[in-house]
Design a protein around this ligand. Structure first.
Ligand code: MN
Length: 241
């Protein structure tokens, strides 16, 4: 299975989790919330080639850590993956939106100047703004909108901008999440958990729990689970090739 957006370093015992991920053969994109965590993640991931580490600066941390954008950009030469980055327009973080936007612009411009990156993007209550930044920035690589929760017209705009989407069990637990997923291009979807933040029934999701999207997507698309699993794997292969 694949978990294309997971905070491996924020679980209580990352080493145990990584051992289990290796045993199960799970493909993981380990996103980071600050670029300072990038090297530590590389160290504990070690030789596991199924885990890739993304360099990120979470929009919720931009208020205190915006100066780390230069470290993020300097780290781009060492990874094809960027995340978690984006904008958060929820009431708690709305006041820093201007600063968040400035940081995101810098990151997207750096991705573009380095030939493009695969970018895992947060867009909670700021879908429109994130899409505007992507459109203005141009060829930044491949944006992957994680846990997308915009409107249907925003989804159409995202599709027109060639965005990909990562969807998880927590997102698909809501009616709106399932409706959006049913409208996403099937050849641009990857599973995720957003663990340990992503939860189901009050428990943090583990990376391999991303397989819980299979029965849900199977119901939405009226396609057998094995076919969905093959599609998701083919999508990953195409994205990274
Ligand atoms: Mn996240």
């Amino acid at each position: 299975m694949i978990d294309f957006h997971c905070h491996l370093d924020l679980y209580p015992k990352p080493a145990n989790l990584i051992a289990e991920v290796a045993k199960r053969g799970t493909y993981v994109l380990a996103v980071t919330t600050t670029p300072k965590a990038f090297d530590g993640n590389l160290r504990f991931v070690g030789a596991n080639s199924r885990i890739r580490v993304a360099v990120g600066l979470h929009p919720e941390l931009v208020k205190d850590r915006h100066h780390e954008v230069s470290l993020l950009c300097a780290t781009l030469s060492r990874t094809r993956y960027v995340g978690e980055v984006g904008l958060d327009g929820s009431p708690e973080h709305r006041s820093t939106l201007d600063l968040q936007r400035e940081v995101l612009r810098g990151i997207l411009a750096a991705c573009k100047s380095q030939g493009g990156r695969i970018i895992s993007l947060h867009s909670r209550m700021a879908a429109r703004q994130v899409l505007e930044e992507l459109e203005a920035a141009g060829a930044v690589g491949t944006p992957v909108l994680h846990w997308f929760s915009g409107s249907q017209s925003e989804l159409r705009l995202a599709i027109d901008l060639d965005c990909w989407f990562s969807v998880g069990p927590a997102m698909l637990a809501s009616v709106n999440g399932r409706r959006l997923a049913s409208l996403m291009p099937r050849d641009r979807i990857l599973p995720e958990t957003d663990g340990p933040f992503g939860e189901l029934d009050g428990h943090p999701l583990n990376p391999w729990d991303s397989e819980r999207v299979l029965p849900i997507l199977s119901g939405l698309w009226q396609v057998p689970e094995q076919v969905i699993a093959q599609t998701l794997k083919a999508n990953l292969r195409r994205l990274v090739s």
